[in-house]
Design a protein around this ligand. Sequence first.
Ligand code: HEC
Length: 159
Amino acid sequence: MTPRFRHHLYPVALAGAIAASTTLVGCDGFVPELGQQTQESCSAADSDPSTDVKFGTDIVAGIFQGAAACLPCHDPLGADPEGYQEGGLDLTSYANLRSGGVNSASAIAIPGDPCHSWLWLKLTSSPPSGSQMPLDRGAMAPAQVMQIHDWIAEGARDN
Ligand code: HEC
């Protein structure tokens, strides 16, 4: 068993233990101030361990370039790059994403810890600062928000 594999098993076991003892699955002490249920109560566990979320197809093509349209705002050369100018976040490559924005920095995507990762937190109704993303587009489909969560839970890889 590799260290990375062990690392992945731990949150699953932890979430299971918490779920068994209480109906509220909390997230390592992260207690959102607003919002209720589902998206805002966070477990670090991968919701679908049998499926790998792919960075290129699911995250970039499916979300950043898809209906959520993150890129026009988070590409320095985009149509209206206010997300890059104000938030400092460039979503045009894996490396740029992982270097984060003005508030998030390396906490943009913490491998194995989606509940404290800004890329996920900013999609909830109680982001740690600023507005819920995607700005002015309406909340994303819960299944896509879960793909972001699971991609981080699976190690935030360039896969
Ligand atoms: C209409 C423009 C717009 C769109 C679309 C948009 N953003 Fe943003 N984004 C911003 C602006 C402006 C900020 C800075 C203000 C704030 O944090 O609310 C920001 C900030 C952020 C931050 C915080 C960066 C930091 O370190 O403070 C994250 C993370 C983020 N956006 C992710 C996304 C994702 C993921 C999407 C697509 C699902 C998206 N944004 C879509 C404009 C946008």
